[in-house]
Write a protein that binds this ligand. Structure first.
Ligand SMILES: [Zn+2]
Length: 167
């Protein structure tokens, strides 16, 4: 499978429900059971060269699927995974990762998805117990990830999936 062979399925509330093959997604759409929200920049290889069908990247199914909502547990590894094992301050993939409280613990910062980020050791030491304002830095707003984002088999997350997968 190449990276354009997967499609994110969201329900009518915009909640991500599954990651399926683009072909299956197209079949569901073809039967009239979904509409395409976004397409990959790649077409299916079809026998009829005159027919160009783009691979769907996101489809929306009309029903609201009231399934069990799997919450991603807040763990060190899951924070690292959400941040792609990359320091949010210097954007380096470090082997020496630490958890950093964006709003420092000593100043009332909490253990939460919104306040914990991945930092390499030097950056964490430099930041110490400064707030972002005091440090004079900005970082992307940390968010709670959807469990689909953390699935190991999902090695590629299309840019257009991110608004759905980070809540
Ligand atoms: Zn760093």
């Amino acid at each position: 499978m190449n990276k354009y062979d997967r499609c994110l399925v969201v329900d009518s509330s915009g909640t991500p429900r599954a990651i399926i093959s683009s072909i299956r997604a197209f079949t569901i759409k073809y039967k009239g059971n979904a509409h395409v929200v976004a397409e990959h920049p790649e077409a299916f290889g079809l026998v009829n060269k005159d027919l160009v069908i783009m691979k769907p990247s996101i489809i929306q199914v009309p029903s609201y699927v009231n399934g069990p909502f799997i919450k991603v547990p807040l763990t060190r590894q899951n924070v690292y995974r959400r941040d792609d094992f990359t320091c949010v301050y210097c954007n380096e993939k470090s082997k020496d990762l630490t958890l950093d409280h964006v709003h420092p613990k000593s100043k009332g910062g909490k253990d939460s998805w919104e306040n914990l980020v991945t930092a390499c050791k030097p950056c964490n030491q430099e930041k110490a117990d400064l707030t972002l304002d005091e440090l004079g830095r900005e970082i992307p707003e940390p968010k709670r990830p959807h469990y689909l984002m953390l699935l190991k088999k999902t090695s590629y997350i299309a840019e257009e999936w991110k608004p759905y997968l980070l809540m």
